[in-house]
Design a protein around this ligand. Structure first.
Ligand code: 13P
Ligand code: SF4
Length: 499
């Protein structure tokens, strides 16, 4: 055992060295073996991986997933070298829809003028015959954006298709394909494990059959499973998808008891294709730059258009769908959740948070109302954006954790009556005394709930002087070390101001 551990350690080091030498990025799907997930630069679902593949400036993409995923990365990155550890890592969904059969079907039904929505689990040739691609993470959004006057053909996963049709109320015709693995979960196998854990929540992938989906509290993509488990009030959660998902979930939700959904004949389910990749093969493919994904240019271009359509339609997906790891993801997920509650008409923010949410807010030095103020202003005025709220919270969090040692100051809050007047000036700069007092209170967590740093008046000041709210906070922090923090801030504003 120590021998294999040593081998893995050596391999890891050699992979990291090769990665540097090749200027490579390692992308891994949530179903990959733990050793691969742990060494990857990004681990996620098909949608997140497609975005990461599009954004990367690496020369080489080592794609640890199945072939269609690596092929998708190549389609949108023709100039990059895309390798995958095992070229035989296919997918039963891809196999269930050969391009020639789909082409023949579309020809035979030409008069229907189908709008073809194809699941990303398909070959480049099938993608090239499609109007738009979707993943399980954005299928609802893609179907909702489909032209209303054309019938939809959804290929190749009938189960995902049925689920999305139910979610959107949109009728569609289905290609009869499925994932060999996800259909192995049965109503009986899931009901049985539920009997063992009667209080457990159940989260299932939409590739499962309807009978299984009906037993689930949530049906979603693998990435959204992370948010579901983080937010769920249940300690026990049954996860009905490929077993590799459990590794990611256990890292991201250490306080939960995550139980692999069983099939009728197995305690968990592993995709034989996903599990073809190993650390050794990853090392080898980075070393030899083989197996490499290559594509005929004409086919690539045809397949690129529907993928790009999907990426464009998903570009403003909730931010929490697209980022991963730790507190920033949790912050944005909580932002999305509260925004939804507010938009649904619930204005009582005190009902928004679970105990877990409150613990999270405490851990970054935030209060309930302070967080809500940003949600409310975004919902009402579209400003500050969630990304700005995140950066502001990051400044406060860093100050709280590093400067204050993670402990509240114990000082009295700054009250609205204590604030400098709106007309007060410092070095001729109106509003500066007021926002400075608020910024200091914000950093230290000493603001009365009635005061919001980055309210409409602050935003006007900041945009007039072209300073982002988080930059302002961080400069206030560093100015603390100067002899005259007020004068330092006045100098800073004058230096950067475009007013
Ligand atoms: P996700 O996009 O949800 O990760 O699903 C991919 C997949 O292949 C599921 O079997
Ligand atoms: Fe394909 Fe199913 Fe494996 Fe996903 S789990 S890659 S859909 S065979």
């Amino acid at each position: 055992m120590s021998q294999s551990l040593k081998t893995n350690t050596d391999l890891r080091e050699e992979i990291l060295e090769l990665k540097k030498k090749r200027n490579a990025v390692i992308l891994a799907h949530n179903y990959q073996i733990p050793e691969i997930q742990d060494i990857a630069d990004y681990v996620g679902d098909s949608l997140g991986l497609a975005f990461r593949a599009q954004e990367t400036d690496a020369d080489v993409i080592a794609f640890c997933g199945v072939h269609f995923m690596a092929e998708t990365a190549k389609i949108i990155n023709p100039e990059k070298t895309v390798v995958l550890p095992d070229a035989n890592a296919g997918c039963s969904l891809e196999e269930s829809c050969p391009a020639d059969k789909l082409e023949a079907f579309l020809k035979a039904n030409e008069e229907k003028n189908y709008y073809v929505i194809t699941y990303i689990n398909s070959s480049a040739a099938v993608k090239a015959l499609s109007d738009v691609i979707c993943t399980s993470g954005n299928a609802v959004r893609i179907v909702e954006a489909a032209p209303k006057d054309r019938p939809i053909l959804f290929a190749p996963d009938q189960n995902l298709g049925e689920w999305v049709s139910r979610q959107t109320g949109r009728e569609m015709d289905f290609w009869e394909g499925n994932c060999y693995l996800h259909v192995e979960f049965t109503r009986e196998s899931i009901a049985k494990i539920k009997e063992e854990y009667p209080d457990a929540a159940v989260v299932a992938h939409p590739e499962c059959t309807k009978a299984v989906r009906l037993l689930a509290d949530e049906v979603c993509s693998t990435e959204k499973m992370v948010h579901f488990c983080q937010e769920s009030e249940s300690k026990n959660i049954i996860v009905v998808t490929e077993a590799g998902m459990l590794h990611r979930l256990r890292k991201e939700c250490p306080d939960k008891n995550l139980i692999a959904g069983p099939t009728d004949h197995c305690a968990c389910a592993e995709c034989r294709f996903m599990k073809m990749n190993t650390l050794e093969k990853l090392y080898q493919c980075l070393k030899d730059l083989k197996p490499e994904v290559t594509l005929d240019e004409e086919l690539r271009k045809k397949a690129e258009a529907p993928i790009q359509r999907m990426l464009d339609l998903s570009a403003d997906a909730p931010a929490s769908d697209l980022v991963r790891y730790s507190w920033d993801q949790e912050f944005l997920a909580l932002f999305d959740k509260c925004l939804k509650k507010y938009r649904d008409g619930n204005e009582d923010f005190t009902t928004y948070y679970t105990d877990g949410d409150l613990n999270f807010l405490n851990s970054i030095g935030y209060r309930e109302r302070e967080f809500f103020d940003f949600v409310e202003d975004y919902a009402d005025y579209g400003d500050p954006a969630p990304e700005t709220a995140l950066l502001v919270a990051a400044a406060r969090r860093d100050y709280f954790l590093y400067k204050m040692g993670g402990k509240p100051s114990g000082e009295k809050d700054l009250n609205p009556a204590d604030l400098p007047a709106k007309t007060a000036e410092l070095e001729g700069i109106v509003w500066l005394p007021r926002i400075l007092a608020k910024a200091r209170g914000k950093l230290k967590g000493e603001l009365d709930p009635e005061i919001m740093f980055c309210c409409g008046g602050d935003r006007k000041f900041l945009s007039t002087h072209d300073i982002s709210p988080a930059d302002f906070l961080r400069t206030v922090w560093s100015a603390e070390a100067s002899d005259d923090p007020d004068m330092t801030m006045a100098k800073f504003v004058k230096a950067v101001s475009k007013a």
